[in-house]
Design a protein around this ligand. Structure first.
Ligand SMILES: O=C(O)CCC(=O)C(=O)O
Ligand SMILES: [Fe+2]
Length: 447
């Protein structure tokens, strides 16, 4: 790769001795103690500071422009949302970025976000770009990182501010906190689970360097599990904090954007289309559930391994019931109904995990899972599973007549036949054996 960032391949030692790249950082030592007074400490956990020298910004811009001109086809898009920009590892910059992360940012992250940056080793680093006729902004979202560093490289632009709402785990996560104005060389650092979005660019072009840090130690902790639970008791949202990709009630507050508008703000259309599609398809595939399975009571009909004619019969029954229920609850186009229906026909994708959470021990098996309330409702599997049984079970749930179990609670020993077998004659059983003693993990999320 041509370009001037030849120090990308330098070793960490050389780099930190500033032999090859003596002028990259304004912030040469990011330890928070040395930082006092140079931080703008924003509300609730978002900090900004001068990080990159103007020369570094220009060099990196040059490198990225060069790569985009010469190798555009070979470059991946930076993430599921931004369409323009590049993944910097693909330009051979991983060693440089690892040094930035480990030598410069780690001390800072450790003092600002000690839990989320423990032994932080991994990063995903990319460039994002906004300008007219490309991406003009970014829908509200959380990052797939534990800590995010976002530094502006330029160029000249108006607008394109970054708005922060709350942490997804907080009730106020759809309440506006403040708007950050990007400046060349200045970085903002925040938790990945902090809801944020880029406001539309008015003119010019903005290019930013984004480093997502991931800590395996944190991800394996109980704290991480709790941090993945979105608050569902949110206060009335501020419109700017709404996400067309993620909020199923978006159209209650704001008009539905056109497809072009949505795309230009990085909306993940696949997620939205699957949600909108529910009007045509009231029963969804549990192998690829929509993310609302974590927040909306979900009727799950497990029928892995059953002969296809029996699967088809049960599917038709569930389809009929789902259509009736959705009609009854006044399902509004563009919004997810207050109860969702899924079928599992094969043990693939999310099915094994949902089966484990559901405590479903046989096939067929019917469970209503309320992940948000950490509860599940199981149909006594000794009953024959037919239309009447399913309809009565769903009706009883809606009337609040069913007995709940906590998600993850052990299933009764005497309840079912051998969990390795289906309760019906199964030709060519293909589903995985459900675990014999499911882990107690109330409230775990699926996506
Ligand atoms: O444009 C920005 O400043 C933020 C970009 C962002 O949030 C992201 O790419 O995840
Ligand atoms: Fe982001």
């Amino acid at each position: 790769m041509e370009g001037n960032l030849s120090c990308a391949s330098t070793t960490s030692e050389m780099f930190t001795k500033k032999v090859a790249c003596p002028y990259l950082f304004v912030c040469r030592d990011c330890r928070a103690s040395k930082f006092q007074g140079r931080f703008a400490r924003r509300n609730s956990g978002v900090f900004s500071f001068d990080l990159l020298s103007s020369e570094f910004c220009d060099l990196l811009l040059e490198e990225v422009d060069h790569a985009q001109k010469t190798a555009r086809e070979a470059l991946d898009r930076p993430n599921g949302m931004n369409r323009y920009g590049v993944v910097l590892n693909q330009l051979g910059l991983e060693p440089l970025i690892t040094v930035i992360q480990q030598e410069y940012l780690m001390p800072l992250m450790a003092s600002l976000f000690p839990l989320e940056s423990q032994e932080c080793q991994d990063h995903h680093t990319f460039i994002v770009r906004y300008k007219a006729d490309e991406d003009i902004g970014l829908d509200m979202h959380e990052d797939d990182s534990d800590v995010t560093l976002n530094a502006c490289l330029g160029k000249d632009f108006e607008g394109a501010t970054l708005s922060f709402c709350g942490l997804v785990t907080d009730d106020n996560h759809r309440k506006m906190q403040y708007t950050y104005k990007h400046e060349k060389g200045r970085a903002v650092i925040h938790l990945g689970r902090h809801r944020h979005g880029a406001d539309n660019i008015q003119s010019g072009e903005r290019v930013n360097f984004i480093l997502w840090s991931v800590s395996e130690t944190y991800r394996n902790s109980e704290a991480y599990r709790l941090h993945r639970l979105r608050s569902s008791h949110a206060e009335t949202p501020d419109p700017i904090c709404l996400s067309y990709t993620h909020d199923r009630d978006y159209t209650k507050y704001l008009p539905k954007p056109t497809k072009a508008e949505a795309l230009s703000r990085g909306v993940i259309m696949e997620v939205v289309e699957r949600r909108l599609d529910m009007h045509q398809r009231p029963v969804l595939d549990l192998a690829r559930p929509i993310e609302e399975i974590n927040s909306v009571p979900s009727v799950c009909l497990f029928m892995e391994g059953l002969p296809p004619p029996r699967q088809s019969e049960l599917f038709q029954i569930l389809l009929q019931i789902a259509s009736e229920v959705h009609k009854d609850v006044g399902c509004v186009e563009g919004q997810v109904p207050p109860i969702i229906f899924f079928i599992a026909v094969q043990s693939s994708g999310a099915v094994p995990q949902v089966r484990e959470m559901s405590g479903a021990m046989s096939s067929p098996s019917l469970v209503i899972l309320d992940v948000d309330a950490e509860k599940r409702y199981r149909l006594d599997s000794k009953e024959d599973l037919d239309g009447t049984a399913i309809r009565n079970f769903v009706a009883a749930f809606r009337k609040g007549e069913l007995k709940a179990e906590p998600i993850g609670s052990p299933t009764a020993q005497n309840e079912d036949a051998d969990p390795q077998k289906s309760s019906e004659e199964v030709a060519g059983t293909s589903f995985d054996t459900p675990p014999k003693s499911p882990q107690a993990r109330p409230g775990c999320t699926l996506l």
